[in-house]
Design a binder for this molecule. Structure first.
Ligand code: T5A
Length: 206
C-alpha cells in the first residue's frame, strides 16, 4: 500500500492530540513509524507562523490575512515535510490540515467556500489527506476541556457561536467527501473514542 496521509480534525478540546498518539501507535505497529505533525506548524518556519496566528495582537487581525497565513504555513509544511515523507515511503499523521481552514476561516469567519477552494488549488494542487478522522463534539464540551488548561490563545477566545459554525462547516466538509472524512463521536471517554478510532482504521486498512 502507498504510504498514507491521515489527518485528525475537530474543535478545540475534541481530543486530537490525545488520539493522535493512539493513531500514530496503530500506524507504527503495522506500517512503520509515521511522521507525526500538526497545523498550523510542522516545520521551523511554519511554527513561527503559528506563533503569529495564535498570539494576541493590538491590531485587529483581518480574516483574509489569517487565511493566507494558514495557507502560507501549510504550503511550507506540505512541501518541506509532508510530501518528502510520503515520497520516502513514510506514513504521515497530522493534527489538522486544510479542512480546518474550511471549518474556522470558512464556517467560523465567514470566508466564502469558493475562495478557500481557490487558495487550496493554488497551494496544494489537489493534494489532500487519504483519510481524515473528525472527532466531533459540541463546542461547549470541547471548550470546557480546553479551558481547563488555562490561558487561551487568540482563536480560543471566540464565542460558542463561532465554534458551532466551525462544527457545522466540518459537517459540510464530511457530507461533501464522505469517503475521506469519517466522523467519530468525541463526547465519550478517551478510551471509547480511541476504540472507535481504531475500529475505523481497521475497517480502512486491514
Ligand atoms: N486553525 C488551524 C485555523 O483557524 N485554521 C487552520 O487552517 C488551522 C490548521 C490551532 C488553532 O488554529 C486554528 C484552530 C485552532 O484554534 P491546535 O494546536 O490545533 O490549535 O489546538 P487546539 O485544537 O486548540 O488543541 P487542543 O489541545 O485544545 O485540542 P485537542 O488536541 O483536540 O485536545 P487534547 O487532546 O489536547 O485534549 C484537551 C483536554 O481534554 C482532555 C485531555 O486529556 C486534555 O486535558 N480530553 C478528554 N477529556 C474527556 N474525554 C475525552 N474524550 C477527552 N479527550 C481529551
Amino acid at each position: 500500500m502507498n504510504p498514507q496521509f491521515i489527518s485528525i480534525e475537530g474543535l478545540e478540546g475534541a481530543g486530537k492530540s490525545t488520539q493522535r498518539t493512539v493513531l500514530a501507535a496503530w500506524v507504527a505497529k503495522r506500517f512503520g513509524q509515521p511522521m507525526v505533525t500538526r497545523e498550523p506548524g510542522g516545520t521551523v518556519m511554519a511554527e513561527q507562523i503559528r506563533e503569529v496566528l495564535l498570539a494576541h495582537h493590538d491590531e485587529p487581525v483581518d480574516v483574509l490575512t489569517e487565511l493566507l497565513l494558514m495557507f502560507a504555513a501549510r504550503r511550507q509544511h506540505f512541501s518541506a515535510a509532508i510530501r518528502p515523507a510520503l515520497a520516502n515511503g513514510q506514513w504521515v499523521v497530522s493534527d489538522r490540515f486544510t479542512d480546518a481552514s474550511y471549518a474556522y476561516q470558512g464556517g467560523g469567519r465567514g470566508i466564502a467556500w469558493e475562495q478557500i477552494a481557490e487558495l487550496e488549488n493554488l497551494v496544494l494542487q489537489g493534494a489532500k489527506p487519504d483519510l481524515t478522522l473528525w472527532l466531533d463534539c459540541p463546542a461547549e464540551i470541547g471548550l470546557a476541556r480546553a479551558r481547563q488548561r488555562g490561558e487561551l490563545d487568540r482563536i480560543e477566545t471566540e464565542d460558542i457561536a463561532f465554534f458551532e459554525r466551525c462544527r457545522a462547516a466540518y459537517e459540510r466538509r464530511r457530507s461533501e467527501d464522505p469517503q475521506r472524512i469519517i466522523r467519530l463521536d468525541a463526547t465519550g471517554s478517551i478510551e471509547s473514542v480511541s476504540a472507535a478510532l481504531i475500529q475505523a482504521l481497521e475497517a480502512r486498512y486491514s
